[in-house]
Design a protein around this ligand. Structure first.
Ligand SMILES: [Ca+2]
Ligand SMILES: [Ca+2]
Length: 143
């Protein structure tokens, strides 16, 4: 009977350790999941835009004065939101003010024989409590 009790207490201590660890890492994983969702949102918004400015005069970066006027994927190269996540109109998203989002857009050539021009979009999301930054990458081909 004593042997059984000792085994049960060892198991209980082991489970408490797992429980305590999962409590501290669950806050971290919520931040991580939110960071991934934010990165996906920015990436999707960027790659769904036109390849170059529809009004002409593409500069390889942003020609527009404000985020709500972005009309081509290369405009997103100007995004560096250091005071929280923003929506497509540039409005702050409540509760997401501790995230930092940087978007980098670079011209690349894809395909065998390097025959498709594309813009590579890299979204990097950081948060003070996140040990690693979240990085998502996508492409907008010139079709
Ligand atoms: Ca533009
Ligand atoms: Ca542009």
């Amino acid at each position: 009977m004593i042997v059984i009790t000792v085994v049960v207490s060892i198991v209980a201590v082991g489970l408490m350790g797992v429980y305590i660890r999962s409590q501290t890492s669950s806050a971290e994983s919520v931040i991580q999941i939110q960071a991934i969702a934010i990165a996906q949102g920015y990436l999707e918004e960027a790659v769904l835009q036109a390849y170059a400015d529809p009004d002409g005069g593409e500069t390889g970066s942003c020609e527009e004065a404000a985020r709500q006027n972005y009309d081509d994927v290369q405009d997103y190269n100007c995004i560096n939101d250091t005071a929280g996540a923003r929506d497509q109109f540039g409005g702050a998203l409540p509760g997401l003010n501790e995230y930092n989002i940087n978007v980098s857009v670079t011209g690349v050539v894809l395909g065998s024989g390097n025959n498709v021009a594309a813009q590579q979009v890299t979204v990097t999301v950081t948060h003070d409590q996140l040990p690693q930054s979240i990085l998502l990458m996508g492409y907008r081909a010139n079709y």
